[in-house]
Design a protein around this ligand. Sequence first.
Ligand code: APR
Length: 236
Amino acid sequence: MQRDIQNIVILTGAGVSAESGVATFRGPDGLWEGHRVEDVATPEAFARDPDLVQKFYDARRAKLRTVEPNAAHRALAKLDAHWPGDLLLVTQNVDDLHERAGSKRLLHMHGELNSAWCLACDERSRFDGVMADDQACPHCQQSGHLRPDIVWFGEMPYQMERIELALAQCDLFVSIGTSGAVYPAAGFVQSARHYGAQTLEMNLDPSEGSFHFHESRKGRAGDLVPDWVAEILRDI
Ligand code: APR
């Protein structure tokens, strides 16, 4: 890895939370906690069966309270605290484990479990409860209009302009625990390379876009990420 690195963009996916006990999306059976993705993670699914979709995300939100950040989340928070240059952690994860570990320079491109989007007033509010029983919007108080603030398939990820700008300005792009199956995140490595960044991947299995990276490290995020953070902080 080059020594003249100032700006870093890190992309994380479900693999970074796997060792905390949060299920990844693409199991060997192609199902996500027993559901086909199209049945729970599309606007069409929500229109067809809102109760099923609400209960699915309610269960995932409840599960969040039982899990803790792991060594990979903690190492990334340490890097955030000590890195003197620009740093942006872009997570595809809807859990809150990066912020609970202490990361500050962070954005959730696929939304957050602990956020509710009111389709009546269009406001987003912190939300920690159960949506299936027609909770009132914390902002406008109307009932029955909340949806999980999650970016579903067919919807536009959040803050793409900010991400593209950070990719164009970074010297190092690091991808951790993501299968590289879902765009636009899967294309970030190519954008970063186009603008001249070094690229590093850390994943349990080679991702679909592994060949795009200058370097691929294979293993568990909880082992690889603390070692990489120690390595990069040694060089500053
Ligand atoms: N350490 C590192 N990598 C791991 C670990 C681990 N302990 N456990 C699993 N992995 C890897 C898997 O090998 C896989 O390549 O993490 C990856 C997880 O892939 P996915 O389940 O496809 O998750 P992700 O890439 O985050 O999915 C992207 O798809 O369903 C949508 O919007 C959803 O944000 C999600 C997006």
